[in-house]
Design a binder for this molecule. Structure first.
Ligand SMILES: Cc1cc2nc3c(=O)[nH]c(=O)nc-3n(C[C@H](O)[C@H](O)[C@H](O)COP(=O)(O)OP(=O)(O)OC[C@H]3O[C@@H](n4cnc5c(N)ncnc54)[C@H](O)[C@@H]3O)c2cc1C
Length: 91
């Protein structure tokens, strides 16, 4: 799907970058993300929407790292449950 998405002209892959925080403005909506590029330089990327898809451990970690005055417990965590009760089920 990635080559298809790139051909659309609406997708650019920035490999080797690590998001450290999703930014929210003064309101409830996200405004972008801060990430480290492969050289360790911090970059601020503005965005109207952020899709968090960093798998089972990194997704809650990123939400918890995205604290702000408006969201002191991190994003999507008004009940304090993000990152709790994680289970690994082995067949
Ligand atoms: C050993 C093993 C075997 C599996 N076999 C199968 C199988 O046979 N069939 C099947 O259907 N599923 C299988 N799975 C499960 C499947 O791999 C996952 O369900 C699937 O990859 C999840 O896709 P995803 O896009 O949600 O997450 P991922 O594929 O894990 O992608 C998450 C991405 O987020 C990136 N990321 C994490 N944190 C950050 C950050 N802070 N900033 C930027 N990027 C970040 C990671 O580098 C990664 O590239 C297997 C998993 C494992 C571990």
């Amino acid at each position: 799907m990635i080559p298809v998405a790139e051909r659309s002209g609406h997708c650019e892959i920035r490999a080797g970058c690590r998001v450290r925080k999703i930014e929210t403005g003064n309101g409830d909506l996200v405004t972008g993300a801060f990430y480290f590029d492969p050289r360790g330089k911090e970059v601020k990327q503005r965005a109207r929407a952020v899709v968090v898809c960093a798998n089972g451990a990194e997704t809650p970690r990123l939400l918890l790292m995205s604290k702000s005055n408006r969201f002191p417990q991190g994003l999507g965590n008004s009940n304090g449950l993000v990152g709790r009760y994680f289970m690994v089920i082995q067949a």
